[in-house]
Write a protein that binds this ligand. Structure first.
Ligand SMILES: *[C@@H]1O[C@H](CO)[C@@H](O)[C@H](O)[C@H]1NC(C)=O
Length: 234
């Protein structure tokens, strides 16, 4: 008596199973229709993308302070957003934000120095050269911070999981150009201050940090695009 019921249960369970399998196959076929790197990138452990991306940068072509794997790791490790990154694009966003805030800090100390040497100093005022350097630096850091907004918006819209003409992404060099503008502006002040012993001591820490962060942002945009770090000039 119980036999037909069991058979019915088994066959409906089997039918459900087959339906599931069919759904899976359909889903597979759909995702197989285009290249889908997401499937590969998904199971990354916490901090794995960060470690890999930092490991892929080299010191070769950054301007001003050399960019090292060690700096990259130490700089991004405390950032929760960086630890949970699933693609270098996420790291590029973090680096751009931090480059912007470093430039704002540097702009603030430069602006402070521009008001003149500390009162108990022998110097009455900065030399004309130093005053000019500080004025240019203020413009440079303004440019870094403003450009960072533009780069951030572009990078945020970049979709690393699609490829080709219909992806909606800009051409790769477009992202690099934006990051280069940040890097070059930060470098400009760094270069001037490097040779200005008069004011260097008071601003060097912030000036150096701003250049390092801009280099890191540039590096991460390169990683985001999958352009090997030693691949310049493009
Ligand atoms: C680092 O480089 C390797 C080899 O090119 C690549 O497979 C890997 O995806 C890169 N890491 C990141 C986070 O892009």
């Amino acid at each position: 008596m119980a036999a037909p019921t069991t058979t019915a249960t088994v066959s409906s369970a089997l039918a459900a199973l087959l339906l599931c399998a069919a759904a899976f196959l359909a889903a597979d076929a759909a995702s197989g229709a285009r290249h889908d790197p997401k499937a590969k990138a998904k199971p990354a452990a916490t901090g794995a993308v960060l470690e890999s991306a930092c490991g892929n940068i080299t010191t070769s072509h950054y301007k001003g302070p050399g960019l090292t794997v060690d700096f990259c790791t130490r700089a991004l490790y405390p950032e929760t957003r960086a630890m949970s990154a699933s693609h270098p694009r996420d790291l590029a966003l973090v680096a751009i934000d931090l480059a912007r805030s470093a430039a704002e800090d540097a702009g603030a100390v430069v602006g402070y120095e521009l008001r003149g040497p500390v009162a108990d100093d022998d110097q009455a005022d900065w030399s004309k050269d130093t005053a000019l350097t500080l004025r240019y630096c203020r413009i440079d850091y303004w440019a870094v911070a403003r450009t960072a907004r533009v780069c951030r918006a572009m990078v945020r819209e970049y979709d690393p999981w699609v490829e080709g003409h219909t992806s909606g992404n800009l051409l790769p060099y477009t992202y690099l150009e934006c990051a280069d503008r940040m890097m070059d502006a930060a470098l400009s002040c760094w270069n001037h201050i490097t040779f200005d012993g008069e004011v260097k001591k008071g601003v060097w820490e912030e000036v150096n940090a701003a250049a390092s962060w801009a280099n890191l942002a540039r590096a991460m945009v390169g990683q985001m695009l999958g352009i090997p770090d030693d691949d310049g000039p493009y």
